[in-house]
Design a protein around this ligand. Structure first.
Ligand code: NAP
Length: 533
């Protein structure tokens, strides 16, 4: 018989598309887990290499951006040797894991997804403390991880492990197409979705039969350690999933430079992603091409027609511009609105922005938390100063330091008007709660600005006119597009619902996470022909 607790968990299913009214049980489960998590903070955590817990003395501290007095834990400052050890462990474990029948791999990965769901409240509480994400979004990040893993398992199953009969020349022939794993796969994740963007790619790589070396962002090592625990507790064999923590510039770079790596999935900024892509696929004379999935930044536009429903539009734009403090790759950071409706739209936008509750995002009623670290906090002020000289700050533009806010990195959501369209900040990803708005004379003008950029991740459009909607889809250069979405103009995706991947400088493959075409990227095709004697 299901216990009350598991029944509550079963009822709970959150997606970014349905950040609706969660049940009181959900909140009380989260509150209880938060207390439990806070009671055990401050421990020293290992890396996981070849099934062994590795602690070697040199550690770094992980403090919460909500309150710098909260030490979440201590983590190993891994170095180049740890990266090499992890790759060697993954190499050694590869033959047996690749030879494990795909149905068995699916079983183990499904077990990992269920464990994540079982631990969802504690994991989300920790994630909220580590990233500064509000509780519903933290729950969403963890649930999405389980769903991504389950989705890739389902893809394996519905494609019969990607073993497919082909046409035969004669009755004596048997022809097969088989997708097989590459080998050792490196996964490098960003701070902002430290569970879903680590567990999703790792789950795909593993279920496809690769072994994995995973490095989380330095700002979010705790979620990396917890992900490793979920995989290992689910029965992923020794050496099949390895975790190294430490700086990207040392341990990360060693992973990128190694010839022991057969494939990479990197999610992070354009600058680092492009460097990795160019060096990894650059093909040194004594090596060969290897797959490199890089998912990078965005500078995502919302285009607003004079035929839009402005209330719905304002809600969608505010959610996407400021959700997670503007630190989503899909954040709406550029707004192009047709001139006749601009004034009315801005009024609604400001009214909604003023109502945002800012504070400790683990608390039930708080929607906006802190930015991730001291650098982001300082960048915010630097950008605001520049924007107050070159544009007009309509709201925000300051650090928030009242009471306990002074202990964290809190920044006011900021809307900027009248920034000249040739200003570089229209093209730079600030990755902060800052959005710029411009009036345009036509939708064509808006589209020209929207596409005149290196990035091509997400985009939103608001209009009641079906012809305008069709025109938007046909012309916008972005991998993830939304029309008339109140839940978020440019943000929100769920495996099996909205595949998520960028075009142009936002992504290298043109195949999106959580989509029908994702897991195949972790395998290479072998065509098998046998002629019966
Ligand atoms: P980041 O600074 O680019 O770091 C991403 C990861 O790369 C971190 O784990 C980092 O480690 C590591 N790294 C840094 N230098 C490295 C090197 N030389 N070799 C190997 N690894 C290295 O990004 P972030 O600030 O964590 O995340 C924000 C960025 O991610 C934004 O640009 C956002 O748009 C993008 N993003 C994209 C998507 C998408 O799906 N397209 C999703 C989420 C986020 P350290 O932390 O130790 O430096």
């Amino acid at each position: 018989m299901a216990t009350k607790k598991t029944a509550a968990r079963k009822k709970f299913k959150i997606t970014y598309a349905t950040l609706g009214m969660p049940s009181p049980e959900l909140h009380s489960n989260f509150d209880k887990s938060l207390e439990r998590v806070k009671a055990k903070l401050g421990q020293t955590n290992p890396m996981f290499i070849g099934g062994q817990q590795v602690s070697y003395g040199e550690t770094f501290e992980d403090r919460s951006p909500i309150n710098r007095e909260w030490v979440l834990g201590h983590f190993q400052k891994g170095n180049e040797q740890h990266a090499r050890d992890a790759l060697a462990a993954a190499r050694q474990a590869f033959p047996a894991w690749a030879a494990t029948p795909w149905k068995e791999r699916v079983k183990i990965l499904r077990r990992a997804a269920s464990l994540i769901e079982k631990r969802i409240f504690e994991l989300s509480a920790l994630l909220s403390l580590e990233v500064g994400k509000n509780r519903l979004e933290a729950l969403g990040d963890v649930q999405e991880t389980a769903d991504l893993i389950s989705y890739y398992c389902e893809q394996m199953k519905s494609n019969n492990g990607f073993v497919k009969p082909m046409a035969k020349e004669t009755s004596k022939h048997s022809n097969l197409s088989v997708l097989r794993p590459y080998g050792v796969w490196v996964v490098i994740s960003p701070f902002n979705f430290p569970f879903a963007l680590a567990g999703g790619p790792s789950g795909a790589a593993l279920v496809a039969g690769n072994t994995v070396v995973f490095k989380p962002a330095t700002d979010t090592p705790y979620m990396g350690v917890e992900l490793a625990r979920c995989f290992l507790d689910a029965g992923v064999p020794d050496g099949v999933f390895n975790l190294v923590t430490g700086p990207g510039s040392t341990v990360g770079q060693e992973l990128i430079d190694s010839k022991e790596v057969d494939g990479i999935t990197f999610t992070g900024s354009y600058d680092i992603g492009m460097r990795i892509y160019c060096s990894f696929t650059g093909c040194a004379a004594d090596h060969y091409p290897r797959p490199c999935i890089v998912e990078m930044g965005g500078k995502n536009p919302a285009i607003i027609s004079r035929k839009a429903d402005l209330d719905m539009t304002a809600m969608g734009v505010v959610r996407s511009a400021f959700g997670l403090q503007g630190q989503k790759c899909s954040a709406c950071s550029r707004i192009f609105v047709e001139r006749p409706v601009k004034e009315a739209f801005v009024e609604k936008l400001l009214a909604l922005t003023e109502r945002i509750r800012i504070g400790d995002p683990t608390q039930r009623d708080v929607w906006l938390g802190p930015v991730i670290n001291q650098k982001a906090y300082a960048d915010y002020m630097r950008y605001c100063e520049e924007l107050s000289h070159t544009g007009k700050v309509l709201i925000g533009g300051r650090h928030l330091t009242d009471g306990d806010l002074s202990k964290g990195y809190f920044c006011a959501p900021t809307l900027v008007d009248e920034l000249p369209l040739e200003h570089p900040l229209w093209k730079e990803e600030m990755f902060l709660p800052i959005t710029t708005i411009a009036a345009v004379d036509s939708l064509e003008e808006a589209m020209q600005h929207a596409n005149d950029i290196t990035y091509g991740l997400t985009a939103g459009f608001y209009s009641a006119d079906p012809d305008e909607i069709e025109w938007f889809f046909n012309n916008i250069q972005a991998g993830v597009t939304y029309v008339n979405r109140q839940a978020g103009a440019t943000t929100g995706a769920w495996p099996g619902y909205q595949p998520f991947g960028g075009w142009k400088g936002s992504g290298s493959t043109g195949k999106a996470g959580g989509s029908l075409y994702y897991v195949q990227q972790y395998m290479r095709e072998q065509s098998r022909t046998v002629i019966k004697l």
